[in-house]
Design a protein around this ligand. Structure first.
Ligand code: PLP
Length: 359
C-alpha cells in the first residue's frame, strides 16, 4: 500500500504519465481479483467497504429493475447494511419486502424462499455467513432457487471470505457478491462488489465515470492495493484454517458447561473462527467490559447507543427472548490466536461473570 502514498501518488484518471502509471496498477489489481474469482475483470467493482457494496447491490439493482416489479426478499438475520437499505427502499421508494424466517440454528429454508417469490420479485439478498452466530447459509442452493425463477440474487459474503474454501465466485450462484477487506487482514475501508455480466444497476454515487461508470469517485489506490494483496494471499487458501481453528473453538465451546452459559447455534455449520454464547442474567455490554478488564477483547451482537442496549435482531430471529438476545458475547479467533490465549479465556471467563454477579 505504501507506494500509493508516495511515488505512485497520481490519480488513475489523469492522462499524464504519473496518472497513467497508477492506472496501469489499477487495471492490474482488477485483473488479479478476476484471476482469483475466475470472472471477467469488468465484473469487479472496487468500493469503500461492505456497506457501500451492499447498498450499491441492493439500491442500485432495485432501482434499475423496478419497471419489472418492486418486491424484494431478504432474511431476518442479515446485517443492518442489508436490512436498513431495504427498509429505506420500502419506506421512501414504494418497494415491498418479505423477510424470511430462520430456524433455531439461523438457517433459511430454500423452500420458504421458493414460496415467497412472486411475479413482482426482482431481488433476493441473503448472506453467506452470519456475523453474530457464524452460521453458514446454503447460499448456492438459495441462488439456484432464484436462478430457476429468473430473480436477481445478492449475497453478503463479508464474513465468509477468507474463512471457507473458495474456488470461484460462481460457487455462490449469485449475480452480486459483496465483500470487504478487513475481515481477512486487508485494510479497513476497502471492499468490492462482483456484478455478474450483463447485469446492470443504477449508480448510487454520481459525479464521474469511474469503475466502468458504476461507482463515481477517485479510487482509493492504497486501499485497493491492500485489498487485492489480501485477496491473493488469503482467499484461495483461507487464512482462517479450519484445521487450526477447530480444536480452539471446541475448547472454547466448553464454556457452555458453566452454569447459565449457553452456546449459540451449537449444531449449525459455522465459520471456523466464530463462537458465541448467551448468559441471560448478564447483559452483553457489562460482560464485555468485565472481560476487557482482563485484557480479553470480545464482541456483542448488539448495537449499543448512548448506553442503551438493543437486543440482537439475529438472536430474536432464532426465537430467543429479549433478555437472551441482550446477552450475546462473541469470540472471533484470528490466525495468530494461540492455545495459551484460549486457556486464558477459559480461566478468566468464570471470574468475569462472578465479578458482575457480586457487583
Ligand atoms: N455485512 C456483514 C455480515 C458484516 O459483518 C459487516 C461488518 O462487520 C458488514 C456487512 C459491514 O461492513 P463494513 O463496516 O466494512 O462496511
Amino acid at each position: 500500500m505504501l507506494p500509493f502514498f508516495g511515488d505512485f501518488y497520481g490519480n488513475p484518471s489523469s492522462i499524464h504519465s504519473v496518472g497513467r502509471k497508477v492506472r496501469a496498477f489499477l487495471d492490474d489489481c482488477r485483473e488479479r481479483v478476476a484471476g482469483v474469482w475466475k470472472c471477467k475483470a469488468s465484473e469487479v467493482v472496487f468500493t469503500s467497504g461492505a456497506t457501500e457494496s451492499i447498498n450499491m447491490a441492493i439500491c442500485g439493482t432495485a432501482r434499475f429493475l423496478k419497471p419489472k416489479g418492486r418486491h424484494i426478499i431478504t432474511s431476518a438475520v442479515e446485517h443492518h447494511a442489508v436490512l436498513h437499505a431495504i427498509e429505506y427502499l420500502v419506506n421512501k421508494e414504494g418497494f415491498e419486502k418479505t423477510i424470511l424466517p430462520v430456524d433455531v440454528e439461523g438457517i433459511v429454508n430454500p423452500q420458504d424462499l421458493e414460496n415467497a417469490i412472486c411475479d413482482k420479485t426482482i431481488l433476493v439478498s441473503i448472506m453467506a455467513a452470519n456475523n453474530e452466530t457464524g452460521t453458514i447459509q446454503p447460499v448456492s442452493e438459495l441462488g439456484s432457487v432464484c436462478r430457476r425463477s429468473g430473480v436477481c440474487f445478492h449475497t453478503d459474503a463479508v464474513q465468509w471470505f477468507g474463512k471457507e474454501p473458495f474456488d470461484n465466485i460462481q460457487q455462490f450462484n449469485a449475480d452480486l457478491v459483496s465483500i470487504c477487506g478487513h475481515k481477512f487482514y486487508g485494510p479497513k475501508g476497502s471492499g468490492a462488489l462482483f456484478i455478474r455480466s450483463p447485469l446492470s444497476l443504477d449508480p448510487i454515487l454520481f459525479g464521474g465515470s469511474h469503475e466502468n461508470e458504476r461507482r463515481a469517485g477517485t479510487e482509493n489506490m492504497a486501499a485497493i492495493a491492500g485489498l487485492v494483496e489480501a485477496i491473493s494471499l488469503f482467499v484461495p487458501s483461507p487464512v482462517f484454517d479450519r484445521n487450526l481453528m477447530t480444536p480452539f473453538i471446541d475448547r472454547l465451546s466448553s464454556l457452555h458447561s458453566l452454569p447459565g452459559v449457553n452456546l449459540v447455534c451449537p449444531y449449525a455449520c459455522r465459520l471456523s473462527n466464530t463462537c458465541s454464547f448467551t448468559i441471560p442474567e448478564i447483559d452483553s455490554i457489562t460482560l464485555l467490559a468485565s472481560l476487557d478488564l482482563d485484557g480479553i477483547c470480545a464482541s456483542s451482537g448488539s448495537a449499543c447507543s448512548a448506553g442503551s442496549l438493543n437486543p440482537s435482531h439475529v438472536l430474536s430471529a432464532l426465537g430467543k427472548t429479549d433478555i437472551e438476545a441482550s446477552s450475546l458475547v462473541r469470540f472471533s479467533l484470528g490466525r495468530e490466536t494461540t492455545e495459551e490465549e484460549i486457556e486464558f479465556v477459559l480461566d478468566r471467563f468464570p471470574t468475569a461473570i462472578e465479578r458482575i454477579r457480586l457487583a
